[in-house]
Design a protein around this ligand. Structure first.
Ligand SMILES: *[C@@H]1O[C@H](CO)[C@@H](O)[C@H](O)[C@H]1NC(C)=O
Ligand SMILES: *[C@@H]1O[C@H](CO)[C@@H](O)[C@H](O)[C@H]1NC(C)=O
Length: 438
């Protein structure tokens, strides 16, 4: 008969075996096993002026323009105030955010003049939506991570019964081709607490993620270190709002998805899968493919894809030429692109002057065509298409791909198709673009 010591030893061994895989995956995600980083910069590297500290970028297919949420303050502002990274040192760091448009063929940027809006604006995730009845009009939703005036009562006194942040969503209307965006309203609600990203549904509704349960302190660190089974404490909410002028008026919010770990970036699928929602567990390194249920606006997870780094805002590249290119659907270049941090464990060091924040972008390609939003694919090809030690791009939080027209590709006769991969980060000096094979 086994002694009680043997039984305890056996139980411990079993526990270690059960815990080892998840713990090992956590270490991998945080970058502990990544040694010296090899830079992967595609075939040409461009730096896009006028795009500082842009956390998010979206490609508007119809106009072929990129839209970014950027931060024009001195770099130190993010070190004083950025609730998204648990930085609440000094609310005077909340400042000069903006919306920037980039033409992916000329690489020129335009900062939009915000009409009817006087700031401050602390940008994080954004989303864009063509007006359903007027294709020249774009709705732009921008997260604004403001300090809470009920906490910061005056320059010298605070009220600790009130939370430090009061994040809201700014809704703008933009006429494509113009240099302005007009503020429509702010949207604020107690259930929109720590929003990180937006998924626009209509001109008056969207999803927003609350990516942490704990805004700061030791429990926030614990929340980041754990994963889906042990800390499913964040959520996505559905928000609808009226034409009211006041931030808290006419706003309805319901939970659309609960029980997710570090529910961070959100993304859309292609036009052929309009109900697809991409949901990212950022520190867990998981991309969830999910389905939106239009009847009650809930979100149902379909398939989890584990990557070996932290992740941020997800993007699907739709191959518009899949059926016309040689080989047809077999040559479909459609894939998810996911920006993340190569060494997330070192992120707390970013407050040190000159610290590097190594960045990367994964391409996640289905091995067989995706048959529908509700169908699992099962097998995915995962490949790094960009990596930087932090010298060229300090942090990466979003990436999009814009195909290069074959006629302008400048290489004779080859069948290889290429695109510009645009990558931006919340701490970066500027968005970068590299030419990659699709
Ligand atoms: C601090 O906030 C609490 C909760 O809202 C409120 O009841 C209290 O009156 C505030 N105190 C001051 C001094 O404003
Ligand atoms: C909010 O919900 C109420 C009650 O269901 C409804 O009457 C109202 O139209 C909703 N407003 C918005 C903006 O969705």
């Amino acid at each position: 008969m086994a002694s009680s010591r043997t039984i305890i030893f056996g139980a411990l061994l079993a526990l270690v075996a059960v815990l080892f895989q998840p713990a090992n995956q956590r270490l991998r995600c945080f970058g502990f096993y990544r040694g010296a980083l090899e830079n992967i910069h595609g075939q040409e590297l461009k730096i896009i002026p006028g795009t500082p500290q842009c956390e998010d970028v979206h490609h508007h297919l119809e106009s072929n323009l990129l839209f970014l949420g950027c931060q024009f303050d001195d770099y130190s502002a993010r070190q004083r105030w950025f609730p998204g990274l648990a930085v609440f040192t000094d609310p005077s760091g909340a400042g000069d955010g903006g919306i920037v448009v980039v033409d992916p063929t000329t690489f020129k940027s335009t900062r939009l003049t915000l009409e009817g809006f006087s700031g401050p604006l602390v940008t994080h995730g954004i989303d864009i939506l063509s007006d359903p009845s007027d294709s020249s009009t774009l709705h732009i939703f921008v997260i604004n991570e403001l300090p809470n005036p009920l906490h910061y009562v005056s320059a010298t006194s605070t009220n600790s019964s009130e939370k430090k942040w009061r994040v809201q969503i700014e809704v703008f209307t933009h006429v494509l081709g113009s240099a302005t965006a007009t503020h429509r309203r702010s949207v604020r609600h107690p259930l929109i607490n720590l929003p990180n990203d937006i998924y626009a549904i209509s001109p008056t509704s969207f999803y927003a993620t609350n990516d942490h349960h704990y805004a700061e302190g030791a429990m926030r660190v614990v929340e980041d270190l754990l994963e889906q089974h042990t800390a499913p404490w964040s959520n996505t909410v559905h928000v609808s709002f009226s034409a009211s002028a006041a931030a808290e008026e006419g706003v309805n919010v319901t939970y659309a998805l609960e029980g997710i770990h570090n529910n961070n970036g959100l993304g859309h699928g292609p036009p052929s899968r309009p109900d697809e929602v991409l949901v990212v567990d950022a520190s867990g390194g998981v991309l969830h493919r999910a389905r939106r249920n239009g009847a009650d606006e809930s979100i149902e997870l379909v398939e989890a894809i584990q990557l070996d780094s932290s992740l941020d805002n997800p993007f699907w590249f739709e191959d518009a030429r899949a059926s016309s290119s040689p080989g047809g659907a077999g040559k479909d270049k459609g894939a998810y692109y996911l920006a993340g941090l190569a060494k997330a464990a070192e992120l707390p060091k970013y407050t040190h002057e000159g610290a590097l924040v190594p960045s990367l972008v994964w391409r996640v390609k289905p091995v067989k065509p995706i048959e529908g939003v509700e169908k699992k694919v099962g097998k995915w090809e995962k490949e790094l298409v960009f990596q930087d030690d932090g010298q060229v791009l300090r942090s990466a939080s979003a990436a999009v791909v814009v195909e290069i027209e074959p006629e302008s590709q400048g290489k004779g006769g080859g069948e290889g198709r290429q695109g510009w991969l645009f990558v931006t980060g919340f701490l970066s000096e500027a968005m970068v673009a590299v030419r990659i094979d699709l």
